[in-house]
Design a protein around this ligand. Sequence first.
Ligand code: ADP
Ligand code: F6P
Length: 322
Amino acid sequence: MGKEIKTIGVLTSGGDAPGMNAAIRAVAREAIHNGCRVMAIKRGYKGLLNEEIEEMKSVDVAGIIQQGGTILGTARCPEFKEPEVQAMAAEICRKHEIDGIVVIGGDGSYRGAQALARHGINTIGIPGTIDLDIACTEYTIGFDTAINTAMEAIDKVKDTSSSHERCSIIEVMGRRAGYIALWCGIANGAEDILIPEEYDYDEQKIVDHIIMNRRYGKKHHLIINAEGIGHSTSMARRIEAATGIETRATILGYMQRGGSPTCKDRYIASIMGAYAADILAQGKTNRVVCYTGGQYVDYDIEEALAMTKSIPEYEFQISKNL
Ligand code: ADP
Ligand code: F6P
């Protein structure tokens, strides 16, 4: 096996996600259990470059499992794509005697981890994003909390929309992926679900659907629109003009990324965090922890980044019949 791991670092990078704190806690507690020293790295790769590094004891992660966000802070750090910056970061790790790092984030963050691994710092990635858009894993930390937060908000908009007999377009997050939209669309009983993977930009079809539903006596028409399509406000204006039915757009935005994590997010984040600390202790490097077929597994980052996944076609198709 590889080099002995005495000190590990942990950082969160990219967009935050509920459950990241549970993952941080599990990484720290399991690593300490394995006899390692743990260093908290603040503000992602930016904090690493600024040497915002301090030792984290077991007590420092007490009382955080139920908190949204990330106690370490997160940041985007575009300069981390530059080879000389990556080499400098590895030198900073050596200076602080950090043998390995757990990176909690998305695909972009894994590329940073990959670069550190090339420079001799053992790295393990953990999937943390509300978007569920990481191909190598069936679950990403934060998704369950985000869809439940969005679902509750959408129920509320639907109440007022029905009272006023309006059409509502509700935009949910997901970057270029439609998972949040699909799950909420089905769970909220939406009349239309627009996701970038499937949308044909035929607005007339939506207009016809709204008019037909109104004839059948429906008091509301709920459209869940994914961020990857966007333009909800102008879409609402066009739909109102074409149907004569009052139409409002609601963009849920960052409220979907906050809040106390659900049980599922706390549980999966805890297992993934401990798993990451364990494989790091075994000397593994350049790996990402994944949840696949009911099992926790790890893949080489290169291999993981080359994987693709698509929206479940059957689930999307049946959503139209419900
Ligand atoms: P996510 O990790 O959620 O996909 P980003 O794509 O914004 O979020 O990436 C987070 C951070 O990871 C970036 O700000 C940058 O510091 C680092 N990163 C992204 N892409 C690369 C890359 N190609 N090489 C090295 N580091 C990268
Ligand atoms: O990746 C999570 C996410 O919330 C996406 O759904 C969204 O596109 C993006 O982050 C927004 O990022 P930022 O915080 O940089 O605005």
